[in-house]
Design a protein around this ligand. Structure first.
Ligand code: GGG
Length: 365
């Protein structure tokens, strides 16, 4: 029977463990589609872009790649970065090329504590912890503005400028996004993070826009916290967090801290959203290519599978997204854990446990 709705997805596994975890996520999504009784299906097209592609072609992706990607409902991404390409070349040539040109300005990074996984935080043993980092994903410290010069004056004389860009519109849209998200959550609170005492232009503008937007959401609690204080708060008072909105770099750092507190970077999911849907959005685990373990089949697939759940939400398949999240929790609770979270299972075993949990939940539903 032909599926009622077919979602066209571009898979870009790219580098290192990205290949293993994208395969795991595809397995879970295809299981879900097979069991949907013809409600939906996924039509995958895989692109071999990444650092190997760079070695063969001198670029990280096809120069026509963005045009090709426009035809898809979503992009499912693995990880970028390998030793044959300088990190700034691989990041700008692939991941940032897509997020910036497709105006995927909202990067959602939930911090989830899973059963069966020990957090380094003692507080996590007896406190319900659950927050979302909302990362401004189009400007800030990642504006790519600056340059290097004067190397001709000899060793030690070169200069470099790396400028941040903060626009009123860019700040407003991500802050408004955070407030709208907070309204959907049990704890209606937005924590805004800057370093406006030291960065007196862009981040003061951010603070002012935050205060302006907050006035429109009297039902949502707010706080403005400096990034250093917020780092401490993640560890000492994480129970006070619900939605944390921050600039591109600050949110990148804080979300890594959050996923480490949940037990591993391998657990963290993310969605790079173009909320207006003018371009496809992109879903990827927060982690990178992990060259130290790549190719051994031992990477943690949970970040990628949880990112697939965020993609289901984007497609309007909220029940299916919750089912995938529940299956992840069932798998970790029963001890299907990779090495990074203290277990011995390999990638395929954790994936299999999630598929099994999903299948039995669907059968009993
Ligand atoms: N799957 C995420 C990924 O590959 N990240 C690589 C990386 O280095 N990202 C830096 C950044 O996004 O700021």
């Amino acid at each position: 029977m032909a599926a009622t709705k077919v979602f066209k997805i571009a898979a870009i596994p790219a580098d290192g463990v990205g290949r293993e975890v994208v395969e795991a996520g595809r397995t879970v999504l295809d299981t879900l589609a097979e069991q949907s009784g013809g409600k939906f299906a996924f039509d995958w097209t895989e692109f071999n872009w990444g650092s190997d592609y760079y070695a063969a072609h001198g670029v990280m992706m096809d120069p026509q790649g963005l045009e090709q990607l426009k035809a898809f409902d979503a992009i499912y991404f693995g990880a970028v970065g390998w030793e044959n390409v300088p990190d700034h070349v691989s990041l700008w040539g692939l991941r940032l090329n897509i997020t910036q040109n497709f105006d995927q300005w909202a990067n959602i990074r939930p911090v989830k504590f899973l059963p069966g996984i020990t957090s380094p935080l003692r507080k996590a043993d007896d406190t319900e912890l659950d927050w979302i980092v909302v990362r401004e994903n189009s400007e800030g410290e990642y504006a790519g503005l600056g340059g290097r010069n004067l190397s001709g004056r000899g060793p030690g004389n070169e200069v470099a400028i790396q400028s941040s860009l903060f626009t009123d519109k860019g700040c407003e849209r991500i802050i408004r996004f955070a407030f709208d998200l907070a309204r959907t959550r049990t704890v209606k609170k937005v924590s805004s993070v800057t370093k406006s005492n030291a960065q007196q232009y862009g981040m003061v503008l951010w603070d002012e826009v935050f205060a302006r937007v907050a006035a429109e959401y009297p039902d949502v609690a707010t706080e403005s916290v400096l990034v250093d204080a917020m780092s401490a708060k993640f560890i000492l008072h994480p129970e006070e967090l619900s939605v944390v909105v921050a600039s591109n770099l600050n949110a990148d750092i804080l979300s890594d801290l959050g996923s480490a507190l949940a037990g591993s970077l391998g657990l963290a999911a993310s969605a790079n959203l173009n909320p207006e849907r003018r371009f496809p959005s992109m879903f990827e685990p927060v982690h990178g290519s992990a060259p130290d373990i790549a190719g051994q089949g031992i990477s943690n697939p949970i970040g990628a599978i949880a990112s697939a759940a965020l993609m289901l939400d984007h497609f309007g398949l909220a029940d299916e997204a919750r089912a995938v999240e529940a299956a992840i929790e069932a798998a970790t609770a029963q001890g299907a854990l990779t090495r990074d979270v203290g277990g011995k299972a390999v990638t395929s075993e954790v994936t299999h446990a999630i598929v099994q949990a999903l299948s039995s939940a669907l059968i009993t539903a």
